[in-house]
Each structure stands twice: as C-alpha cells, then as structure tokens.
Design a binder for this molecule. Structure first.
Ligand code: AHR
Length: 501
C-alpha cells in the first residue's frame, strides 16, 4: 500500500474562517427557483410557496451567503418586476436562458427565504442592459431607511426594516460574449468603477465585487482583471472568479487533479490584483470572491436541446447528476478554497437546487442529496476557527493536463474556542489505498470524534430519483489517534474528513 506523511503546524495559519467561504448561488435559471426552492402546490410548501423539505436540506448543507438572482439572468433583469403585489408582476422573456420568467419570486420573497434558511443575501446588479441609476434605485429600495420614495415603497410592500445587504456584485461575467450587454474590459472597468463609486457614496460600508474572468480559459484572462482593476481598484473590495470542471475524454486522472487548475487560477488573479495595487500605490488589498465554482458537464449541455427557442417557464436545464468522482473533486476544490482563504474571502458553490446542484427535487415529490452534497455539508459543519496549511509528503501520479499531481491533498482547521480541530483529505489514486500518518501533536487533540469518507467501489455511482441513497458517507474504518499521530487509510478516489476533540 502507498503511504504519505502529513504534518500540521499549529502556527501555520492561513486565515480565520469567514463563513462566507461556504456560500452558494440561486439563479432564476431552469428549476432552481421555480419547482426548486419555490413550489406553492407542494405538500411541504409554506405560505410563501417555499418548499420546507428543501429548506431543511439547505440548512443541512450549511451554505451561508447566497448570491442572487444571477448569473447570466441578471444581465437582462429588472429588479422592479419582482417586488410589490404578485398579481401585478409581469411575465418577461429571459434572453440568457431562453425561458419565461413569471416574477412570482423576487427580492421580497427571496429575502424571506433567506431568513427561513438563515442565509446572507448577496445581490447582483444588472450592468448588462442597465447601469448606475437602477443599481442605486435597488440599493435604496433594499437598504434605505424609511423616509425616501423607494425605501417607503419597500415598507408599503411589507418590509419595514431594510434588508441591509452587504455584498453586491457589479454585474455578471461581462467578459463573456454570451452575456447580454457583453463589454470590453475597458468599457466594463469604467461602468463598474462609476457604479461602485456611486454605490459607495450612498453607503461606504458596502462590499462590492467587480467581475473578473468567467474562466481561466478565456482569451482575455489576466488582462481583463488588470484593466478592470486599474479602473475600479479604489471603489471595489473583491474581484470575482468563476470556474467549472468536468471529466473530459474519459481522463479521470486529470479530472481528479482539477484543484491544481483552481490553484493556478487563484494565484494568477492574486498576482494581477497585487500588480495593480502596487502600480496604483494603493494600501488596500483586493480579495477574491470565487462566486461560481462547481462541477458542470458543460460540453454535454452545449450539445443538448435543452436551451432552445421554445419559451417555457422553468424548463429542465443544466440538471447534472453527480458521481462519487465528482464529489471527490468538489471536496478537493473546497480544500483548495480553504488553503487560499487568506485571499479568497468569499465563495459560492454554483448552484443550490436542481441546476448543477447538490440538492435535487421532483415537482410534487421528493427532494434528495446528490453525491456532492456530502463533502460540502461536512466541511461547512466541521471547519471552524482557523485554517492551517499542512505539509504533505506524498508521491505523485502523471496526468495529461497537469503533469505530476500529488496523490493526496489536505487541509486542516483548528478552533481555539472549542478545542476542536478537523482534517480534510482526498486520495486521487484510482487504484491504490493510501495509508497516511498525520502529525497532529500541535493541535492538542485527544480523540477522534468523527471519521467519515465518501468512496465507492464504482467511482461513477450516483444518487438518482429512483435510487436517492445509493451513495452516502461511510465510516472511515481503522482511523486511530495515538501519541499525537493520526493514522488513516484513504480508499482510492475518496474524500474524507476527521474531527478531533
Ligand atoms: O451557473 C450557471 C451560469 O454559469 C451562470 O449563469 C453564469 O454566470 C455562468 O456562466
């Protein structure tokens, strides 16, 4: 059996955990909102039409900040359509996804859903077809104290207290030719800077996210960030990153090492942002908002008929069904986000329900957990306190896309308040179990309180409507802690977590 040694130095602190690293994303796309979180005729629906079975799963998932309402959708969205009496809300065509939008869910309903799930609302403004004025109007409607026209309208619509939305995205993926209102970096940098500056004039304490690249494969990657930040640096707090991964051409070895690409993405954006910082002689350091990340079988959807010219309400779009291997990759991506938490201040798993999502639903029927649900929910629950970077001494394997990739990846967290800690691990080998000895002597742990793994003899096993519990967490058999050394055996293609107390 292959072996690895990991040593966790209590003083090697990356960052104190900001719960926003466990954010998610709800877009008006496919069945994420309608027939996802919202289905008034469902037996579990509350008076607002929200499915309470889904609310329970969202709480169990442990997602924190929720980005809303898009995504590509926001670039053609009129926020005013989604407030006020529901019987007067207009039906519109959503050009991004070729769907009909009923506007039965808007800021008011989604705000209540956030209260129900204990989530923080992160709002995106439309910089595709709209601009500064509508962003300021939305800000006044959402966050204004009663006494001005739009804040009073909110009060009349039933919300006396402001929503107090802290994080705002300045548009979405404006570098993408598919985006309604797509712009050059220069044009976007200018409109983003002006919008940000106007919003900060209204409230200097807002946290603003300027659009970075929609993927590291974009031809403008790097240069886009430089130009946009040179325009907007003083007025923004975050630059966004979006990345989706999938297995291609049956190359599971490369796919299992996808987090190396995410690491490269983060390092490139950090280097570019810091270059602009020094060029502008700024004292401020820009953070990354990795506000779309996930597994997405985009190539397959591109070839499908699901986005077509039939204008339908809530069509089934982007409903990927995830495997064990997908969950292992997702767990590893979350490890990477934590390893880089000093610069990645916020992140959103895209998306939450039905659309490339950890939670699935059937209209009038069940809701269930996809494989990817498990690493996210366990990491969100166990990762507390501070993130520590472990030193990992392990062999590598060859991949077509990334060259030599380490067989094991890991991150640890420690919570001084409760005296608890946690270690998260992946084994990327398709063939070998790996015995790992982990020096945890600096963590002051005396017992293993939880040891779980996501692994299956079939790395392509999935949970489906017909077989909703085919894949789940298993005990990580044989884990032991003695004399400050934790010993675990990681099965092939697995994600594991251990809690220590
Ligand atoms: O999450 C799905 C889509 O991916 C979003 O709408 C868009 O921002 C990205 O391209």
């Amino acid at each position: 059996m292959a072996t690895a040694r990991i040593s966790i130095d209590r003083t090697n602190v990356v960052a104190t955990i900001n719960r926003r690293i466990f954010g998610s994303f709800v877009e008006h796309l496919g069945r994420c909102v309608y027939d996802g979180i919202y289905e008034p005729d469902h037996p579990t629906a509350n008076e607002d039409g929200f499915r309470l079975d889904v609310v329970e799963l969202v709480k169990e998932l442990g997602s924190t900040t929720i980005r809303y309402p898009g995504g590509n959708f926001v670039s053609g969205y009129k926020w005013e359509d989604g407030v006020g009496p529901r019987d007067r809300r207009p039906v519109r065509r959503d050009l991004a996804w070729h769907s009909l939008e009923s506007n039965q869910v808007g800021l008011e309903e989604f705000g209540r859903w956030c209260e129900l799930t204990g989530s923080e609302l992160m709002m995106a403004v439309n910089l595709g077809t709209r601009g500064i004025e509508s962003a300021l109007d939305l800000l006044e409607y959402a966050n204004g104290e009663a006494g001005t026209a739009l804040a009073d309208e909110r009060v009349r619509n039933g919300k006396a207290e402001p929503y107090d939305i802290r994080m705002w995205c300045l548009g979405n993926e404006m570098d993408g030719p598919w985006q309604v209102g797509h712009m050059s970096s220069d044009d976007y940098g200018k409109i983003a800077a002006r919008t940000a500056s106007a919003m900060k004039t209204a409230d200097p304490s807002l946290e603003l996210v300027v659009c970075g690249s929609s993927g590291s494969a974009m031809p403008t990657f790097g240069e886009w960030e430089r130009v946009v930040l040179e325009h907007s640096y003083d007025s923004v707090d975050y630059i966004s990153c979006h990345a989706y991964y999938q297995e291609r051409n049956g190359d599971l070895d490369s796919y299992l090492a996808s987090s190396l690409e995410m690491k490269y993405f983060i390092e490139t954006v950090v280097a570019t942002a810091d270059h602009v910082k020094h060029k502008l002689r700024s004292k401020k350091t820009i953070q990354l908002s990795f506000d779309e990340w996930n597994i997405w079988y985009l190539d397959e959807h591109r070839d499908s008929e699901e986005v077509n010219d039939e204008w339908r309400f809530a069509p089934r779009q982007l409903e990927d069904v995830y495997s064990v291997a997908d969950a292992v990759v997702l767990g590893n991506l979350l490890i990477t986000l934590l390893q880089n938490h000093d610069r990645v201040g916020s992140a959103s798993l895209a998306q939450l329900v039905n659309v490339i999502a950890p939670i699935m639903t059937e209209p009038g029927g069940d809701s269930w957990r996809q494989t990817t649900f498990f690493p996210f929910s366990v990491t969100s629950r166990l990762a507390r306190g501070e993130v520590l970077t472990p030193r990992i001494d392990v062999g590598t394997y060859e991949t077509a896309l990334y060259g030599a990739a380490p067989l094991v990846d890991s991150v640890a967290t420690v919570d001084a308040e409760t005296g608890t800690s946690a270690v998260f691990l992946v084994n990327r080998s398709q063939t070998e179990s790996i015995e790992v000895s982990i020096d945890v002597s600096g963590l002051g742990a005396s017992a293993i309180t939880e040891a779980v793994t996501l692994h299956d003899a079939d790395p392509y096993a999935k949970n489906t409507l017909a077989d909703q519990n085919r894949v789940g967490l298993k005990d990580l058999a044989g884990a032991s802690l003695a004399d400050g050394t934790l010993t675990v055996t990681l099965p092939p293609v697995s994600w594991s977590a251990l809690a220590l107390g």
